[in-house]
Design a protein around this ligand. Structure first.
Ligand code: SF4
Ligand code: SF4
Length: 275
């Protein structure tokens, strides 16, 4: 039995036994190389799940849908390692309880899909995998190129990219870590961040978001893929993640018992912000 059939039948069994009320996975997309989320509530619907190399979205983002888990019933979800990291972060930020989620884990290596063992978040140990995680070579190469720029060149680089931002907030909507019920950019009394698409407002939005994600980003790349004007958001997140590793030896999503890095402190934390 292939992994797709295996997970269809596991999902159907979870639903028919009543262990979970919902399974979130992938269904056919609008084209042969795209997949869309599929929400199965019956064993019959679970037979429509698709699992192949096109299943790249981080479905953990649906777990923080308002009210989804408020009845105490469990939800199962198809997740790659970056989605599992996201769940760890959400648990550490008290947005999920570990026993609310059943994980149907899988990994994609080129076109090959493998099943991950374990169904509870505590079954997955991602420490080494995250520590050794490096972005794809083209991202790393571009990150290094930006590092070598002087501050004025770097400012021009980001100014050119951020000037394209149309404030569609797709990057926010797709991110599992953007779970605030009311985002600060939607607050208009007072209005902290301009909603218009101009240089200052675009910088405000993108920099505020980058800082908000520091030490919290699961490096799933969903924001980068969602951006309709191709702003390389992955580069921003990679740089912020690197800062946090260097300063605090902290990788987001290693396990669910981690404390959020910017909401806790150790006696020997660097105090470079104190002049
Ligand atoms: S900021 Fe982007 S890469 Fe990081 S968790 Fe959110 S969607 Fe994924
Ligand atoms: S997805 Fe891209 S264009 Fe849309 S708000 Fe985010 S950075 Fe701007």
């Amino acid at each position: 039995m292939g992994i797709q059939e295996q997970y269809r039948s596991e999902a159907a069994a979870l639903l028919s036994s009543g262990e979970v009320k919902l399974v979130i996975g992938f269904g056919e997309g609008s084209t042969a190389d795209r997949r869309r989320p599929l929400f199965a509530r019956t064993p019959e619907e679970a037979q429509k799940f698709v699992l192949d190399a096109a299943c790249i979205a981080n479905l953990s983002t649906y777990l923080v849908t308002e009210g989804l888990l408020s009845d105490g019933k469990k939800v199962a979800v198809f997740l790659k390692p970056d989605g599992i990291r996201s769940v760890n972060i959400l648990i550490s930020e008290a947005q999920l309880k570990p026993d609310q989620v059943v994980i149907l884990g899988y990994a994609i290596d080129k076109a090959e899909i493998t099943a991950l063992e374990g169904r509870n978040i505590s079954d997955f140990s991602l420490g080494e995998e995250i520590r050794s995680h490096t972005p794809p070579p083209h991202i790393l190469q571009e990150a290094e190129r930006i590092e070598e720029m002087n501050p004025a060149e770097r400012f021009e680089f980001w100014k050119a990219h951020f000037s394209k931002c149309i404030k569609c907030y797709a990057c926010r909507q797709v991110c599992p870590m953007c779970y605030c019920r009311r985002c600060i950019v939607d607050v208009n009394q007072p209005q902290w961040v301009s909603t218009s698409s101009h240089t200052l407002g675009n910088f405000e939005w993108n920099i505020v978001r980058a800082f908000h994600l520091a030490g919290r980003c699961a490096a799933c790349g969903a924001c980068d893929r969602a951006c309709p004007v191709n702003i390389p958001l992955r580069l921003v997140n990679y740089r912020m993640g690197k800062e946090v590793i260097d300063a605090f030896d902290y990788c987001a999503g290693e396990n669910s018992s981690q404390k959020p890095v910017l909401a806790s402190f150790k006696q020997d934390d660097p105090e470079t912000f104190i002049l």
